[in-house]
Design a protein. Structure first.
Length: 135
């Protein structure tokens, strides 16, 4: 199944799709940073990966395709986030086209959750695991 036409219009979305071979759900991803600006662009950086069905010697699922995904948001129209703290694990993240632009919905697992509506969004990939905490 391919990517929706609405997501295809986002700069960087195809690269994210190609990285995994599908559109990720961001389950158990870690929010590294969230920067909101009154003027200019804002961003949300999330570390995500692909969990395999293989386990390591400790019994943990092996993770591959680590990547930091940066959502670059311009013209923020709504910012409704709660629970931002030192450790933010999300259950999932959804990006959809809305009349006024794009809505990014963060489904919380530990701490951070909510939604951001922005006039436009772009995606930048930083392959690999993050080298710092990013906050």
């Amino acid at each position: 199944m391919g990517m929706s036409a609405e997501l295809e219009a986002i700069n960087g979305a195809q690269e994210l799709y190609d990285w995994f071979g599908y559109w990720p759900g961001f389950h158990d991803s870690t929010v590294l940073s969230c920067e909101a600006n009154l003027t200019g662009s804002s961003s949300l950086r999330v570390h995500t990966w692909e969990a395999t069905n293989q386990v390591d010697e400790r019994g943990y699922y092996i993770q591959t395709k680590h990547v930091v995904v940066e959502f670059i948001l311009a013209d923020i129209l709504k910012l409704d986030l709660v629970g931002f703290s030192g450790q933010d694990i999300i259950f999932g993240l959804d990006l959809q086209k809305v009349e006024s632009g794009f809505k990014l919905t963060i489904d919380p697992c530990i701490n951070l959750g909510g939604e951001i509506v922005a006039g436009s969004v772009a995606i930048r990939l930083l392959p690999g695991e993050p080298t710092t905490g990013g906050k």
